[in-house]
Write a protein that binds this ligand. Structure first.
Ligand code: NAP
Ligand code: MG
Length: 509
């Protein structure tokens, strides 16, 4: 039986104003997973009004940090309690493997706890010292919640992306309207039930399911939204940034990547081979940080390529619910077509196909949106497959002659999200990491994101940072309050500048 979900607005579950719905399908077998209300302008307007009321009149922004933290921690505990029950839904809705979804739930609960604690550790009010000029005064720096935030998230990490958005916004005292991806709204709506159970004040969190061009666009255009936070493609990120200019909404954008993963000559093959395959193929390459360009020393080309291809052959495709499956299907037919068209482009531009390249025909995988782990050799960094984000299991191997050339190739991209360097001499690897124009670099590791360290992109990979204390600052406005301590009119710096003492005394006598 199909599960039905309504919109979550002002603490209640309600149908869309239009009464319309849409379905999400299981990318493994194309069966319908659930049915969702199709939110549009009118629903977004209701949700924004609820969020505005909760922000202006409700207690949320005026609660103490500790009180907000308590709500958020309760929600994190509920996620942990429910994870076993909800995990199969996330797998069915998104095609995530069981292994990956299990990690997502664990991370989401822990990250949410961190964000909760930020509400208590952030200095929302502090005194600025040594500001005695231009007058004797006491000075305060206040970090105040921005207001009503529209948050738009993608399908690759459905629950985790919701948490990355909600956590810091709520900790800062903002109220929120969240729009999940049309392919994967299920875990966000289950989260809405937990938010209701925890008893968040009505309107603090509103979740409107629907399509990007409808619900998403309405949220970005709404004049009563103060900030938009978005994760998704660079193309839509650019569009959102220009639309948000209508009332100068604040924006944070976490967009695409084309990360370079660099193997140095002294890298340990035992970890660099598997690590690089993990960098490229984790979650079928549907990660903004995917190490989709692998740079190897030209002098050692044969040995690295041979081992990479050999190990990649062992990656197990299968039913994502099976705990032994390494690689599940892509999220949708649309994404499958997109990835296959990039593979064709790679071939037509002269890259050498070394492995995969097709939708697999094996028994049991027929209905799934699978693409074989695909490796291209002899890739030139100017090729389309080396420049554009594919978001599929497609690895481009690019040989380099010198380390300086490796840096130049790595940085020759419109993106700047992440990267990796593999080498036994970690000082040498660190020196290279410093030269990469990206927001994160892993040395002898990949994809590990800590809730305590800032995450985000240089260049067209985005604006702003998620995680770490910065994540909360992105949801605050800073205010300076100047309190005069001089008292005397004659000592004020303006006393004999703007208002002449003679005329001044004349008018007051
Ligand atoms: P997308 O269009 O950028 O979608 C991301 C989110 O934005 C979704 O919630 C989407 O709604 C919404 N959206 C779409 N158009 C919008 C608009 N005009 N105004 C406001 N919101 C809008 O990404 P996609 O089409 O799902 O995937 C395409 C490519 O984007 C992928 O192949 C990949 O390269 C990249 N991508 C990157 C990330 C990342 O983590 N950086 C994540 C996903 C995809 P709908 O769900 O209705 O589209
Ligand atoms: Mg789905």
């Amino acid at each position: 039986m199909t599960r039905d979900y309504q919109l979550f607005i002002n603490g209640e579950f309600v149908p869309a104003v239009s009464g319309e719905t849409f379905e999400s399908i299981n990318p493994y077998n194309q069966e319908v997973v659930a049915c969702f209300a199709r939110g549009k302008d009118a629903d977004i307007d209701k949700a924004v009004k609820a969020a505005r009321k909760a922000f202006e009149e409700g207690p949320w922004s005026r609660l103490s940090g500790q009180e907000r933290c308590d709500y958020i921690i309760n929600l994190a505990d509920k996620i942990s309690e429910k994870s076993k029950e909800l995990l199969p839904f996330e797998v069915a809705d998104s095609g995530s493997t069981f292994k990956k979804a299990k990690g997502d739930f664990w991370l989401a609960a822990n990250q949410l706890k961190y964000f909760g604690h930020l509400a208590t550790t952030t200095k929302f009010e502090e005194i600025l010292e040594d500001l005695s000029k231009p007058g004797v005064s006491k000075n305060y720096l206040l970090r105040e919640p921005i207001g009503v935030c529209g948050q738009i998230i993608p399908w690759n990490f459905p629950l985790m992306m919701a948490i990355w958005k909600l956590g810091p916004a709520l900790a800062a005292g903002c109220t929120v309207v969240l729009k999940p991806a049309e392919e994967t709204p299920l875990s966000a709506m289950e989260l809405a039930k937990l938010i209701q159970e925890v008893g968040f004040p009505p309107g603090v969190v509103n979740i409107v399911t629907g399509y990007g061009e409808e619900a998403g666009a309405a949220l970005v255009a709404h004049p009563n939204v103060d900030k938009v936070a978005f994760t998704g493609s660079t193309e839509i990120g650019r569009h959102i940034m220009s639309e948000a200019a209508c009332n100068m909404k604040r924006v944070t954008l976490e967009c695409g990547g084309k990360s370079a993963n660099i193997i140095l000559e002294d890298a340990d093959p035992d970890i660099a081979i598997d690590g690089s395959l993990y960098a490229a193929f984790f979650h079928g390459g549907q990660c903004c940080t995917a190490g989709s360009r692998l740079l190897i020393p030209a002098s050692q080309k044969e040995q690295w390529v041979e081992q990479l291809v050999e190990r990649a052959r062992q990656i197990q495709l299968g039913n994502p619910m099976d705990k032994n499956t390494d690689l599940g299907p892509l999220v949708s037919q649309k994404q499958l077509n997109r990835v296959l068209s990039y593979i064709e482009k790679g071939k037509s531009e002269g890259a050498k196909l070394l492995l995969g390249g097709q939708k697999p025909s094996s028994e049991g995988l027929e209905k799934g949106f699978f693409v074989e782990p695909t490796i291209f050799g002899e890739v030139n960094n100017k090729m389309t497959i080396a420049q554009e984000e594919i978001f599929g299991p497609v690895l481009s191997i690019i040989p380099y002659q010198t380390e300086a050339e490796a840096v130049q190739i790595a940085n020759d991209s419109i993106y700047g999200l992440a990267g990796g360097v593999w080498g036994r001499d970690t000082e040498r690897a660190f020196a290279m990491a410093k030269q990469l124009r990206t927001g994160t670099v892993w040395v002898n590791e990949y994809h590990l994101i800590s809730e305590k360290a800032p995450f985000g992109g240089y260049k067209q990979s985005g604006i702003g940072r998620e995680m770490g204390p910065e994540s909360l600052y992105e949801y605050t406005e800073t205010k300076h309050i100047y309190v005069d301590e001089l008292g005397s009119r004659e000592k004020k710096f303006w006393y004999d500048t703007l208002i002449k003492p003679s005329s001044y005394s004349a008018t007051t006598s």
